[in-house]
Design a protein around this ligand. Sequence first.
Ligand code: ZN
Length: 181
Amino acid sequence: MRTVVKKVIDETVMKIYWEGFAPFVFPADPVALIGKIYACYYRSYEQLAVKNKCRPADIVRILKNPDGCVFYDRKKNHYMIAANEEGRSPARIRWTIAHEIGHVVAGHFLEIDMDFLPENKLMEEEADYFAASFLAPFFAIARKDFRRPAEIRDFFGLSQTAAEYRWNEYVDFLRLVNSPL
Ligand SMILES: [Zn+2]
């Protein structure tokens, strides 16, 4: 992950909670957050299918992603975030939507001249970092004095894999802040 992008993400997450864009309530609601981001809106694949008079499977094919995507309408300067809610757990949907917001926060569309993001491992990693930071911020983990990944999974509404990953990041973070100079 790029240091400059990490800084932007960290600062944005702080701003989201401390300036009241999201309440201190968990599991966090990424759709509610989208409603507060200027020129950004959310549609489920099902809503897109109804609007375009096709099946959700057609939306998956057109968007080339079974889970979610973010589209930037450069002319209107609008972001549309879409997620497939069909047959997916709330934890997975929550993560997908937060991940797509992460691409917007990280400014990925400002680096390219396309409406869709290309396959890019670094960008995916950065969007995941935003998802983890927004859905399970360190300050909230610290307040609860959690000791196990399962507690993070249940409290923040993450998948087991995401919770374990976030737990490891938290342990690394604690090691860093507690290490003697
Ligand atoms: Zn992505």
